[in-house]
Design a binder for this molecule. Sequence first.
Ligand code: ZN
Length: 125
Amino acid sequence: MGDGSLTSLNLRNFSKERRGPDEPPLIGEVEGFRDIKRGLVRIGILFLSFFPWRFLAGLVSPSLSYPAGLVWLLAVFIAVNLFLASRCPRCCESCFRKGLSRDTFAVRCVHCGTKLYWPNKDLSG
Ligand SMILES: [Zn+2]
């Protein structure tokens, strides 16, 4: 029993420490919160790209316009489902699903109530 075991015990207690929903992200949580934010931005960009995308496809060939729309729809479907599968960096539960219910527009984790979108200054750790 040396200092080593004591240090690892302290680290374990630290990582299990419960943090309130409004406490800023720890360094270990930052990447998870960034991923959630990125997922939302990705969906936004995809939505905005619908008309430019179909316009470009129509320029290449008018017959591509309809299949391009289907590709866009598939991309949105995948992006939204990846986003909804996000896990809360704080409680490790699904951010948007609880049992059979789903809150697509939740701004806080449906399990622990932690804020999901932090300003960039809190995510620069
Ligand atoms: Zn949570």
